[in-house]
Design a binder for this molecule. Structure first.
Ligand code: SAH
Length: 533
């Protein structure tokens, strides 16, 4: 991913800044709303275009998760603005956008990714005008605006009809001469909800203006800071006191100021604040390509989730070699979702297709592996009730005939021996193919993370395999093992983590759902006597 970082001036000659320039050779430009902050609040269309774009110009508040959806070969240009300081002047952004459209050329796609909705402040209209003037084809993908999303996550329904029949979205941004362009009398007359964006610095002025225009000092008001993120903060108050309260607790941009009777509902309706992992911080150590489900599930319970992959899985040459001998077997056994991916990859890379599996019965160690198979329209013939090697082995013994069946185990090098031992005891012929290997990820220096772990900033670290625990211990040798709770997937993982000195709790079942449930029990707000051992 080529990130050109912060762009200053100094570009090639103005290719298309005036009307009439022929822009037939230009790529299409999409002004895409990224949503208010939480990466999964982008629209489906926005995500699709982002994944297709040749070039993406993005703002400061765009999350790295969203940028992670871009094509690996996409050019990423940060045109971010800092509060008050336009790091790239708007005219320069307009020009850059047109330049990129011409540079990418016809048939290509340039995405201009903007926070919230592109046309709710944020100057999307000016960018569209520049494109229209230059005859560059463009489309607009609306986004979820922070003007409604931040209040929604904080329990404020902006037009709840019991309290308000209108909602006015207002900019609190100063004009070049330092003044605010707000008609306070008109706003007060609406008697509806008022939402101020870009109003952190000018909050005292805004509130004074509304009071002077006759609004009641005891009108409910609220500030929602960093809405829809794990660090969201809601500050309640009244029109007369909210500015001082926001200052006292150090509110910073981005934040919205909401004024109106609807704010009184917040204590009752703030669902986000009530999530069980709200206020906790969890580190996920799975490889990045398999962490998404766990990260999303933990975030969905309100945790602030960070990732530090401690292992990597890579295929071995024996995986491809085994394909030619598949017809010698009657059963195929898969023990991880990576195993399924690896199998599909080697089939795709070779001369055969899925029919090479047609004669086999297939066993999966657990529900996740079975689901990975199902994604390829393959239904596992057998999944044990308890997701481990011993139960898988016992179940296979029951389902096979030692006289005519042959089992192929397609799994990681150095896996546990429970499964082959069970088959061996029963005399079932099998072959154990080391199809891939798990290695501890190369340790990139993460001094800040080490410091924060040592300082107890993380309530929990999740380990989904013994190797993630070992990889973590290698990456953070100086972090006291009892600085956090180690939440372990399955007993084998727990044993490995406990041997390293970590204070462990173990999931009841070997599934991501169970791991999340256990995390909630161990560190969630209803923390019982479940601190681990
Ligand atoms: N187009 C954007 C608004 C851009 S103006 C939208 O539709 O949301 C930038 C202002 O939006 C910030 O100063 C702040 O007032 C508000 N804002 C953006 N993200 C926010 C968030 N996550 N929480 C609270 N306010 C936010």
């Amino acid at each position: 991913m080529g990130d050109r970082g912060q762009l200053a001036g100094g570009h090639m000659d103005d290719p298309a800044t005036s009307r009439g320039v022929r822009a037939e050779g230009a790529a299409r430009v999409a002004l895409v709303g990224a949503g208010p902050g939480a990466p999964d609040l982008i629209t489906v269309r926005g995500r699709e275009l982002l994944a297709r774009a040749n070039t993406v110009l993005y703002d400061r508040l765009i999350s790295h998760e969203l940028l992670g959806l871009c094509r690996p070969d996409a050019t990423l240009i940060n045109v971010g603005k800092h509060a008050g300081v336009h790091s790239v002047p708007q005219q320069e952004i307009n020009r850059l956008l047109m330049e990129e459209a011409l540079c990418v050329g016809a048939g290509g796609l340039v995405v201009r990714l903007k926070g919230g909705d592109p046309y709710v402040f944020g100057r999307g209209g000016e960018e569209a005008s520049a494109l229209a003037a230059a005859d560059i084809p463009f489309e607009v993908v609306p986004g979820v605006s922070s003007a409604v999303a931040a209040p929604a996550w904080a329990g404020i329904p902006v037009t709840d009809r019991r309290f308000a029949s209108s909602c006015t979205v207002v900019t609190g941004h100063r004009r070049a001469d330092g003044t605010l362009d707000i008609d306070y009398d008109a706003l007060v007359r609406t008697r509806g909800t008022l939402v101020f964006l870009m109003g952190v610095a000018t909050m005292p002025q805004i509130c004074a203006g509304l009071l002077a225009a006759g609004a009641a000092a005891d009108l409910p008001a609220a500030v929602v800071e960093r809405g829809t993120s794990a660090s969201q903060r809601r500050i309640d108050g009244t029109l007369g006191g909210i500015a001082e309260r926001a200052r006292a607790v150090g509110v910073e941009s981005p934040a919205v100021l909401v004024v109106g009777a609807v704010c009184a509902l917040a204590p009752e309706l703030d669902w986000y604040d009530r999530l069980p992992l709200r206020g906790t911080r969890v580190l996920v150590t799975r490889p990045a390509d398999r962490a998404a489900g766990l990260v999303r599930a933990l975030a969905g319970e309100g945790a602030a989730v960070e990732e530090f992959p401690c292992i990597e899985t890579r295929p071995l040459p024996s995986a491809a070699k085994m394909l030619g001998r598949l017809r010698n077997f009657t059963w195929l056994v898969l023990t991880s979702t990576f195993g399924v991916r690896c199998l599909m990859d080697v089939i795709a890379a070779g001369p055969l297709d899925l029919r090479c599996l047609g004669h086999l019965r297939i066993a999966a160690i657990g529900s996740a592996t079975a689901a990975a198979l199902a994604a390829h329209r393959i239904t596992a013939d057998y999944v044990p009730e308890v997701y481990d090697g011993a139960h898988l082995g016992a179940g296979l013994v029951e389902r096979t005939d030692a006289a005519c069946d042959r089992v192929l185990i397609f799994r990681a090098r150095d896996s546990l021996t429970d499964l082959p031992e069970a088959l061996e005891r029963a005399g079932v012929p099998f072959e154990d193919v080391a199809a891939y290997e798990t290695v501890l990820a190369p340790v990139s220096p993460a001094p800040d993370l080490a410091r924060r772990l040592a300082a107890g900033e993380f309530d929990a670290v999740t380990f989904t395999s013994a190797s993630t625990a070992r990889g973590f211990a290698r990456a953070f040798p100086d972090v006291a093992p009892r600085a956090f709770t180690a939440v372990c997937l399955g007993e084998t993982t727990r044993r490995a983590a406990a041997a390293l000195g970590y204070r462990c709790v173990v999931s009841h079942a070997a599934t991501i759902e169970s791991l999340v449930e256990r995390t909630v029990e161990a560190i969630g707000r209803e923390r019982g006597a479940q601190g681990g051992d």
